[in-house]
Write a protein that binds this ligand. Sequence first.
Ligand code: PLP
Length: 455
Amino acid sequence: MSPLPAVHVVLGDARAGALVALYGRDETVAAVREALEAFRRQGRTAVAAAIVEAAALWLERRHRPRVRRVFNLTGTVLHTNLGRAQLPPEAVAAATAAMTGAIALEFDLDKGKRGDRDDLVEDWLCRLTGAEAATVVNNNAGAVLLMLHALAARREVVVSRGELVEIGGAFRIPDVMARAQCRLAEVGTTNRTHLRDFDEAIGPRTAALMKVHTSNYAVVGFTATPSEAELAALAHGRGLPFIVDLGAGSLVDMDRWGLPHERTPREALAAGADLVSFSGDKLLGGPQAGIIVGRRDLIARIKKNPLKRALRMDKIRLAALEAVLKLYADPDCLAERLPTLRFLTRPEAEMAAQGQRLLPALAQALDGRAQVGLEACKSQIGSGALPVDLLPSWALVLRPPSGSRGGGRALEALAAVLRGLPEPVVGRVHDGALWLDLRCLDDEAGFVAQLGGLR
Ligand SMILES: *Cc1c(COP(=O)(O)O)cnc(C)c1O
């Protein structure tokens, strides 16, 4: 058996020069060593050109971006695992400008003095929610932690048992309370909590009453829970603040577009809440952010807390958030300009027509590996917004041919083929089929262009 070529011989191959130009010398040498080692382990021999080819594959895999665009055809518009809200071009432009140059981030251009980064969005947040003051941090989990720590560290916060939510496994209200150094005083029962339960729980150590939006589940049937207005009145009567974790926090009335009503920060503040927190990348349709709006004195206290610095928002997302908030100044155009709302309000007929256009091309590309149909389905809003409300939608439905063996495995293989496309297509496996919900399919041409890859 002839020995494998030495590293310097492989690097002398003409095509190795191209790899050095593309990936650099160190990476190419590492890849060549890796390839030689693989051949050696397998007891195989090879000429330099074959080693270069193996090295090229290794380099290509290693340098493929891990952050990859996908087609979200899961039917969940705000999919946490797929990055939640997609940003409008105005926000992308603002973020790009903030990334590529110096910006007046904490610098007051009128006075020529140090400024505050919250000032960049506070006016808009106050106008859009009716609040006196506002601040923003990394995400809503951070906002809740910060509110609790600033207002209630080493004291008690009263919350209904029916609202001790867990979101995405890692965020649980009781755990966040503990991390904020607050004692949780749970009152009532899972399904029914009354105002008197809160009243009786208030003691000398109580720092606040809190309401948490039950954003990813619904308690139905024999239920009771005091309204925000009742809780606010009770808190204020006892000299305490009333705080609300709203979760999704839409800035406009969703009813306007025929969508199910989602409580707005404006409504919570009008009902008497002293502070309201919500996410930037849920129904608001902006970048990841945790927004806190409410009473000026309480916001000032929050801003003085050292956690505020630890949780602060970066300049790129602040720029994007400002641009998104500005779109809300003209709600008439919002459904057209804000991707999240555009997806949520897409007419059924439009999705059905898109399905009709795509069905033949998809069926042809799959070439008998699946039966393809167009069927009515239901989309979800997602990210804990309106958990029980579903939106009528249309999906391309892929079923492994009847009689194909190992039904579940055939279906998983089909899903894997779609995920293996250059821009992976992520659908939803349900009821023995792979559903490609068309609600969020914006880039139809891009979807069609890569169907050839299925052959
Ligand atoms: C989503 C949600 C959170 C967490 O918000 P993130 O922005 O994901 O950190 C907290 N509370 C409620 C009620 C939520 O729905």
